[in-house]
Design a protein. Structure first.
Length: 213
C-alpha cells in the first residue's frame, strides 16, 4: 500500500518503507481514511473446568470465548489452562503484553493450588524446588507449600516461573501422584481473589503496569 502511494502521513503521500512516526502527533491515512489504533483491552477471567482456551475446538468442546461479549471474540488468551484446570487467565489484543507474561526470559511467576491424591510431604516439595527431570524436560517450582494433608488428599500451592506445558500436573506425575483439581490463583501480583467462576473483569492501569515492570 505504501509503494502504491495509498498511505499518507499528515496529509502527505509517503513512499518510504519503514518510515517512523509519532503516533500521538502524526495522522496516518489509507486511501484518504484516517487509521486509528484499536483500543487495547486487558481482561482477567476465572476460567471454569470443562472449557478450552481456543476460539474453536476440533472436538466441539465449549470455549472460554462463550463467556465473553461477541465484540471481544478477537481477543487471545495469554497462555493456556487445560480443559480440566480452572482459575485466573488473561485475555488481550496486546501482543507485547502476552509476550512479557508468557516468555520464560521474563520469569513472571504464576501460583497454583492443587488438590492431590494421597499425602504430600516436605520431601516431595523439596524435590520440586530443587528441580527434577521428567519425560526429557527439567521441571521446577520456585516455591511450594502444603496447605493441608491427610492420607487420602493434600492441598498444595506451587509457584512457577517458566510455565511449561502441564508443569504442575507433570511434577506430581513424576512422583506417582495424580492431581484431582488444579486452580491458578495468581499471575504476577494479580490474584484471582473473589472473581466468581465464569466471570471476567478488566484489569486496572496499575495492575497492567505491575505486570509489565
Amino acid at each position: 500500500m505504501i509503494l502504491e502511494g495509498r498511505v499518507a502521513v499528515n496529509g502527505q503521500s509517503v513512499h518510504e518503507l519503514g518510515l517512523k512516526i509519532e503516533p500521538r502527533q502524526d495522522q496516518v491515512s489509507v486511501d484518504g481514511k484516517v487509521v486509528r489504533a484499536k483500543r487495547k483491552l486487558y481482561l482477567a477471567l476465572n476460567k471454569p473446568r470443562g472449557l478450552v482456551c481456543s476460539r474453536n475446538d476440533e472436538r466441539g468442546r465449549p470455549t472460554i470465548y462463550q463467556l465473553l461479549p461477541k465484540e471481544w471474540s478477537h481477543l487471545h488468551s495469554v497462555g493456556r489452562l487445560d480443559y480440566n484446570s480452572e482459575g485466573l487467565i488473561f485475555l488481550t489484543n496486546d501482543g507485547e503484553f502476552s509476550l512479557r507474561l508468557t516468555h520464560p526470559r521474563f520469569g513472571v511467576h504464576k501460583k497454583y493450588r492443587a488438590a492431590v491424591e494421597g499425602r504430600v510431604g516436605e520431601e516431595m516439595l523439596c524435590r520440586f524446588r530443587q528441580g527434577l527431570w521428567y519425560e526429557g524436560e527439567r521441571l521446577k517450582a520456585v516455591g511450594a507449600r502444603v496447605i493441608s494433608a491427610n492420607q487420602s488428599r493434600s492441598i498444595v500451592e506451587l509457584d512457577l516461573a517458566e510455565g511449561k506445558y502441564r508443569e504442575v500436573r507433570r511434577l506430581f506425575e513424576s512422583q506417582g501422584r495424580t492431581v484431582k483439581l488444579l486452580q491458578r490463583i495468581q499471575i504476577g501480583r494479580i490474584k484471582l481473589g473473589e472473581l466468581p467462576s465464569g466471570k471476567w473483569r478488566t484489569l486496572t492501569e496499575p495492575e497492567i503496569k505491575s505486570l509489565l515492570c
